[in-house]
Write a protein that binds this ligand. Structure first.
Ligand SMILES: N[C@@H](CCC(=O)N[C@@H](CS)C(=O)NCC(=O)O)C(=O)O
Length: 269
């Protein structure tokens, strides 16, 4: 009997969505849980046991706990090799890794910024629209980049749906959730429609969309000091380069943003 697979996550997290899609493509049964108070930056006994970065996703399987979506995907691919999500040819693997790297860093930061504006009210009435406009332009850049990667093949890094596709779909669909779509009739729009038609992706997107109504009230929690948002690496860079330095300054002053705390690695999480 195989050990149960337990995924700690949040349905809106694109990192967690990559894993959900892979698990579903492989037909693996799994349970998922959202740790209490995820994203608040406050004391969190569950996350303290799972990940010193206090982030989801984290995976428990066979007595081990892992964090970081790419590491988890690699572990699952190696543990459950069939059907393979990783393409065979070295050049396709390199392409797949490039797609994942760029989407996890630059594209994710733009979507995160859109969430800070829409759900957390960052920037207010004046700076908020400026940041939103910057994000729209930048998503256009990402659409252009991803669209150029299609050759004669229907999927991003191989003849079959695979890792390259599951690494990009969460980001493209998240931008769509914020109303920024690939150009109608483009190869990218066609790929997105075909990707979203797959049961693994359709279910994952449906679960993400179901959490949106609950997100609409969270800006109040930031104002009341309940939430300390994580402004890490590429996200922090996004906010500054898009014109939101004042958001960072205000966040530090109001103590409602946070960075990675290396003390948590020492604590032995
Ligand atoms: N590099 C990590 C990034 C994970 C990450 O940033 N997760 C976010 C959710 S999308 C998180 O849990 N943030 C904690 C917070 O917002 O407090 C991965 O690939 O898994």
């Amino acid at each position: 009997m195989t050990s149960p697979i337990l995924l700690y996550e949040h349905p809106l997290s694109p990192y967690a969505q990559k894993i959900r899609i892979l698990l579903r493509e492989k037909g693996l049964a799994f349970e998922f849980r959202t740790p209490e108070a995820i994203g608040t930056g406050g004391p969190n006994p569950t996350l303290a046991q799972l990940n010193p970065r206090f982030e989801v996703p984290a995976l428990q399987h066979g007595g081990v706990t892992l964090f970081d979506s790419t590491i988890i995907l690699e572990y699952l691919e190696e543990t459950f090799p069939e059907p393979a999500m990783m393409p065979k040819a070295p050049i396709d693997r390199a392409r797949m890794r490039t797609i994942e790297e760029v989407c996890d860093t630059h594209w994710e930061a733009i979507n995160w910024g859109l969430g800070e504006i829409r759900f957390f009210g960052r920037g207010g009435a004046e700076l908020g629209p400026v940041l939103r406009r910057a994000a729209e332009v930048q998503v256009g850049h990402m659409h252009a980049w991803l669209g150029r990667l299609f050759g004669a093949r229907p999927w991003l890094a191989g003849d079959r749906f695979g890792w390259g596709d599951l690494a990009a779909l969460p980001y493209v669909t998240m931008s769509s959730m914020f109303g920024i779509e690939p150009a109608a009739g483009s190869g990218l729009a066609d790929w997105l429609a075909r990707g979203r038609a797959r049961p693994s992706v359709a279910k994952t997107v449906e679960e993400a969309l179901a959490t949106i109504p609950a997100m609409e009230g969270v800006s109040q929690w930031v104002k009341s000091g309940l939430f300390k948002r994580q402004f890490r690496d590429h996200r922090l860079e996004w906010m500054i380069r898009s014109g939101g330095l004042q958001v960072v300054v205000d966040g530090l002053k109001n103590d409602d943003i946070r960075f990675t705390d290396t003390a948590r690695f020492a604590d032995g999480a």
